[in-house]
Design a protein around this ligand. Structure first.
Ligand code: TXA
Ligand code: MG
Length: 314
């Protein structure tokens, strides 16, 4: 039986149950199809990265159906609400400063102190978010470096095995990803050109917006990577023989003060990673954290990319 389902109310309700239970649902938006999970379920979020075979963790866009929910997570001001009122629902994504301290959304935010959010202009997406009762994080529903999908069939071809259900919403009207703007500073910065024209944003704001120096497809330019969550303590990776005063994070049969996954499951390890780094930072009594070697296949590549950055010394 195909995993593509028409967007009847019953099917959307069923998709919402899957989201609530930690599964992955591909759903239509006006830009491209998204691969969605419950923002609070870090195991499900880890499964997104596994399904996409992304070699690193990227912050994911949270999709919301009500603007007011922003107040729970993010620093908001008049500019944020004015832009939301003008451009939402629609293909414009905001990067905002996080105000929550909720470790369960760390993986979705890739350990950054920012939250990336938009309200999609597609009735099926909005119904799904409302029925799920949680923000839905979703990257484009394609494998890493493949072309973004604009039909349910594209999703099936690319991610058929790893998605629990694909909701069909027809062909995406916009067909390119959303425009991403950084609203964490007084000047608005364009991080990715997309479905909302830069000029429309400028006309509304009455000022020019800056363009990020980074690659538009990879807005997290090297300078921005330093904003990634890095522990305050010294962090060493690939450590098999920890010092007596290390706070040691183990993996599989290599046990430590914490173990990312006693059974050696890389999805479980990914879902624990950011929370454990926080915990280690609080618990390390001698200013030193060490991490056991993590295999580099599957999600292991993303985990290694992340801890390499976290251990980077300026
Ligand atoms: O139209 C879209 O935006 C689609 C639909 C599904 O909503 N989503 C989408 O997500 O294109 P994704 O994950 O394929 O692309 C989001 C991009 C990534 O390149 C990510 O690195 C960047 O946004 N990004 C997300 N949060 C960021 C942040 N806090 N700072 C810098 N870049 C960020
Ligand atoms: Mg993408």
């Amino acid at each position: 039986m195909s995993k593509i389902f028409s967007n009847t109310e019953d099917n959307i309700s069923q998709a919402a149950e899957i989201i609530k239970n930690g599964g992955l649902v591909a759903f239509p938006t006006e830009t491209v199809y998204g691969l969605g999970a419950n923002v609070y379920d870090s195991k499900a979020v880890a499964n997104i990265f596994a399904a996409k075979q992304r070699p690193k963790f990227d912050p994911l866009i949270s999709h919301i159906a009500e603007t007011d929910i922003l107040r729970e997570y993010a620093a908001t001001d008049e500019r944020v609400f004015a832009l939301a009122k003008k451009f939402w629902p629609g293909p414009l994504t905001f990067v905002l400063r996080r105000t929550d301290d909720n470790p369960s959304i760390d993986l979705a935010c890739s350990g950054l102190r920012t939250l990336t959010v938009r309200m999609p202009n597609h009735q099926v997406a909005l119904d799904l978010i409302r029925k799920s009762g949680v923000p839905i994080v979703a990257p484009s529903a394609n494998k890493y470096q493949a072309v973004s999908p604009t039909t349910a069939q594209h999703v099936l071809e690319g991610l058929g095995e790893s998605v629990d259900m694909i909701l069909d919403g027809g062909q995406c009207k916009v067909g390119v990803e959303s425009t991403i703007i950084d609203l964490t500073t007084s000047k608005v910065v364009l991080l990715r050109a997309g479905g909302t024209a830069k000029e429309d944003i400028e006309n509304f704001l009455g000022e020019k917006i800056l363009i990020s120096a980074g690659n538009p497809e990879l807005p997290t330019a090297p300078g921005q990577l330093l904003r990634h969550y890095a522990p305050k303590n010294i962090l060493r990776i690939n450590v098999t023989q920890p010092d007596a005063d290390d706070f040691y994070i183990g993996f599989a049969e290599t046990d430590g003060d914490l173990n990312l996954s006693p059974s050696g499951n890389l999805s479980e390890a990914a879902s624990n990673l950011f929370a454990f780094l926080r915990l280690a930072d609080k618990s390390a009594k001698h200013g030193k954290i060490a991490i056991a070697p993590i295999p580099t296949q599957g999600l292991g590549l993303a985990i290694n990319d992340r801890i390499k950055r976290a251990s980077y010394k300026k």
